[in-house]
Ligand binder design. Structure first.
Ligand code: PGA
Length: 262
């Protein structure tokens, strides 16, 4: 029997929106999706605000019982100790975060996060029952030198080294050349790499877990191109950057089942 994976549309706000703006945004997003009668069982919605917004978002979501998940954009590989400026997975779990983004290309490039650090952060997330959204993706240079799948596959293998069995993870395939460039991959390109990543999941976590694990595409996703990605069998959602800050655009991406005719 084919396993059905609930699509996930995740909004990565990056360094945007303070806690007051976050409250207004999440409230409006919930109203807008509610008005449009969005079926949250057909597409799960999650937002990833900056750390300083998380407590406000948690309070709003829990007091108004909003069907919107949230998570952090990063976490420390350590749980506590002398690590100035770091945020522990324990703190995120206490704030009822469901997810945490790990290994985003901006962290890898601007903060020198190696595959080893990414792997340690994945373990830290799992220790605290946070679902890591493990980001992988090749640069334009990698694409030219190694083809489309080699780098993302190697990054995922490294991120999952030491993870066993029934781990609940999400993978985000984000070609670095597509992030913030306005030039998304084609649905066929995304599917080709997503299928290769699913094979890594089978090898590392086993068939059953691999069949249940969601693989997102990210990189210049918009309302106008989401449908093409969602038609691909191995693409189970999107990690959205720029377009997640525009309420109407993001709500329209979340409501992709209406434009895919699913
Ligand atoms: P973008 O960013 O949608 O603005 O390309 C995606 C991401 O960085 O997660």
């Amino acid at each position: 029997m084919a396993v059905t994976r609930t699509p996930l549309i995740a909004g990565n706000w990056k360094l945007n929106l303070d806690h007051l703006q976050a409250i207004a945004f999440v409230q409006k997003l919930a109203w807008s999706l509610g008005d449009a009668k969005h079926d949250f069982a057909a597409a799960e919605v999650a937002v990833f605000p900056p750390f300083t917004d998380l407590r406000s978002v948690q309070t709003l979501v829990s007091s108004d019982k909003l069907p919107i998940a949230f998570g952090a954009q990063d976490l420390s590989e350590h749980d506590s100790g002398a690590y100035t400026g770091e945020i522990s997975g324990a703190f995120l779990a206490k704030l009822e975060c469901s997810y945490v983004i790990i290994g985003h290309s901006e962290r890898r490039t601007l903060h020198n996060e190696t595959d080893e650090v990414v792997g340690a952060k994945v373990q830290a997330a799992l220790r605290h029952n946070l679902v890591p959204i493990i980001c992988v993706g090749e640069t334009a240079d990698d694409l030219e030198k190694h083809g489309p799948s080699a780098v993302p596959v190697a990054q995922l293998r490294a991120a999952l080294a030491g993870v066993t069995g029934a781990a609940d993870v999400v993978v985000a395939y984000e070609p670095v050349w597509a992030i913030g460039s306005g030039q998304a991959a084609t649905p066929e390109q995304a599917e080709q790499v997503a299928a290769a990543l699913r094979t890594v999941l089978v090898e590392t976590l086993g068939e059953d877990v691999a069949a249940k694990t969601r693989i997102l595409y990210g990189g210049s996703v918009k309302a106008a191109n989401i449908a093409g990605f969602m038609r691909e069998p191995n693409v189970d959602g999107a990690l959205v950057g720029g377009a997640s800050l525009d309420l109407d655009e993001f709500a329209s991406i979340v409501r992709f089942p209406q434009h895919v005719g699913l």
